[in-house]
Design a protein around this ligand. Structure first.
Ligand code: SIN
Length: 574
């Protein structure tokens, strides 16, 4: 079936929905999502969205910008960080006016809580900057944006999995989508396309990410010649539920929760005397790892305790109701009286599809724009998080840069005509699906996926070293070869999840190789990329972004400079 839309948005999470609200007044807009939009992973961002509103004490957007740059270990592009921190304030009030039910202060302002790495006066002390709705902030944002998009008459195609972005001769023609319910391939002709497909945390064994976070948009763009930027930087959130990885929000620590080792010691006093449990996530994740490695995990196992019991039942029930619910459901414990067992969990890709500050996709290290194609949210790398993202800046990024991308697309579509979708891209897709369907191989998707997740977790995790990363590169290449021999047993066209999981594994394997190769090449420690064999940051040689290209000879790495317009790199202490 053929559809014509001025703009197609791939992904129904926060970035996609925000962009759709901006595009739709200018032209027909379709959101294609492999899930119902309300099930998007934005809903899993719990604790807050950062903005220097100063509702509880003085705060300035310049401080927010500084914290973002320092938190990102100076790999942040500072022109983007300036926009993020400055636009945050207007974007939050816009969401409020659209009906977002923020928690309130006693005098009726938007409530704000502390989050890791957010400080006053350039690092002097902690500031309350994260605006929140209990511990369901992402969900509240998703609801608000979805309603706004419906009001703007955006069309939704739920459970339509985009399988190809049609780019010919450097121009965007539209996309091909697979209708999950029927297996039918649809062509969506569009003047402009936004990739807003979220992250790829399913690369790792222990992750907070939804099953749907399989890097689809990253991989589809990469296959069309778009490079991937800074993929070695993957954030481990310090507090995932032990073994399950499910997120325990940083808001627990924002509200006063503390981390304890087996001796009941508040160990963050040793790692971050100033910010303690609210140091940036890379610092806290490494501290937990070190405690465990040195034998101070609980009961000799690889977890520590997060204790919120001293906050009192009323505070836990009012401010952290979802956390209480998760702990009851998954652990059978009540955080109002018992500590929570936590370990670092793969949470967020700082890298992704390179874009400029208007969301336009960039084709190389020189900044060449791919006209008509945009990216926003976690799959994109406008490089506002650098080597380590601050908590509460991801919801903010998708609102601020989803909005900017949407506005630019609205302008672009008035200046552009539709292109013919030629040759019929469904033929290419059919061939790929047939290879999966009809292949009579010996390999199982689940086995390859499991081996990939283990090697990425063990060899490209919180601490890394050359030998182990190199082993990961080799292993992933072996898995990619074996992927060529997989067998999909379900030959049905109706809700064929087995087929879709096979496709998603192909995307993940491609990204695993890029992430491991980028990590193997970067011989320094910076932010979330922590090398045991190169423990120091090396600004002389490595203050630069990685750009990975897919070539006939395999993945090739090039580099581009960081935008440093305000704050010169300094050693980080917290
Ligand atoms: C959290 O609430 O800790 C997650 C939100 C984020 O990653 O910014």
């Amino acid at each position: 079936m053929y559809h014509n839309y001025d703009a197609v948005v791939i992904g129904g999470g926060g970035a996609g929905l925000m962009a759709a609200t901006q595009i739709s007044p200018a032209g027909s807009t379709a959101v294609l999502s492999k899930l119902h939009p309300m099930r998007s992973h934005t809903g899993a961002a719990q604790g807050g969205i950062g903005a220097a509103l100063g509702n509880l004490e003085e705060d300035l957007w310049e401080w927010h910008m500084f914290d973002t740059v320092k938190g990102g270990d100076y790999l942040v592009d500072q022109d983007a960080a300036e926009i993020l921190a400055q636009d945050a304030i207007e974007a939050i009030y816009e969401l409020e006016h659209w009906g977002l039910p923020f928690d309130r202060t006693d005098d009726g302002k938007i409530a704000q809580r502390p989050f890791g790495g957010h400080t006053c006066n350039y690092g002097e002390g902690i500031v309350r900057r994260a605006c929140y709705t209990a511990d369901r902030t992402g969900h509240a944002i998703l609801q608000t944006l979805y309603q706004r998009a419906i009001r703007n008459r955006v069309d939704f195609f739920d459970e339509f999995q985009v399988v190809d972005i049609c780019i010919e001769a450097g121009a965007c023609q539209g996309v091909v989508a697979y209708e999950v319910a029927t297996g039918e391939l649809h062509i969506f002709r569009a003047k402009t396309v936004l990739i807003a497909t979220g992250g790829c945390g399913r690369l790792f064994r222990i992750t907070s990410n939804a099953y749907s976070f399989t890097g689809d948009g990253h991989a589809m763009a990469f296959r069309k010649g778009v490079p991937l930027e800074d993929m070695e930087f993957f954030q481990f959130h310090p507090t995932g539920i032990y073994k399950l990885g499910i997120l325990i929000t940083e808001a627990v620590r924002g509200e006063g929760g503390i981390l304890l080792n087996k001796d009941g010691e508040r160990f963050m006093e040793r790692y971050s005397p100033n910010l303690l449990d609210l140091a940036p996530r890379d610092v806290v994740a490494r501290a937990i790892h070190t405690e465990v490695a040195e034998g101070r995990g609980i009961d000799g196992k690889d977890y520590v305790h997060l204790d919120a019991s001293h906050l009192g039942r009323e505070a836990v029930e009012k401010k952290l109701p979802d956390i209480q619910d998760f702990c009851g459901t998954y652990l059978g414990i009540d955080p109002a009286v018992e500590p929570m067992p936590v370990q670092p969990t793969a949470h967020y890709a700082m890298g992704g599809i390179p874009t400029n500050v208007d969301g336009q996709v960039l084709m190389d290290e020189k900044g060449t724009v791919l006209h008509g194609v945009y990216a926003a949210g976690e799959c994109a790398c406008v490089s506002v998080h650098g080597a380590n993202r601050l908590g509460s800046n991801s919801l903010l990024e998708l609102v601020v840069f989803g909005r900017r991308a949407g506005r630019h697309m609205a302008k672009h579509l008035t200046e552009t005509d539709f292109l013919e979708v030629k040759p019929d891209p469904r033929e290419r897709v059919k061939e790929e699906l047939a290879r999966l369907y009809e292949g009579d191989g010996t390999e199982e998707v689940a086995t390859i996926r499991s081996e990939m997740r283990d090697v990425m977790m063990n060899n490209v995790g919180v601490f890394r070293e050359q030998k182990r990363i190199d082993e990961a590169v080799e292993k992933v290449r072996e898995l990619r070869n074996r992927y060529g021999k997989i067998r999909v047993q379900n030959r049905s066209n109706l809700f064929n999840q087995e087929l879709l999981e096979a496709l998603e594994l192909g995307y993940l394997l491609e990204l695993a190789e890029v992430a491991a190769m980028s990590a193997a090449a970067r011989k320094e420690s910076r932010g979330a990329h922590s090398r045991a064999d190169y423990p120091d940051r090396d600004d002389d040689n490595w203050l630069k972004h990685t750009m990975a290209f897919r070539t006939e000879r395999g993945v090739e790495l090039r580099y581009k400079p960081v935008n440093i317009s305000f704050f010169d790199p300094k050693p980080r202490t917290f």
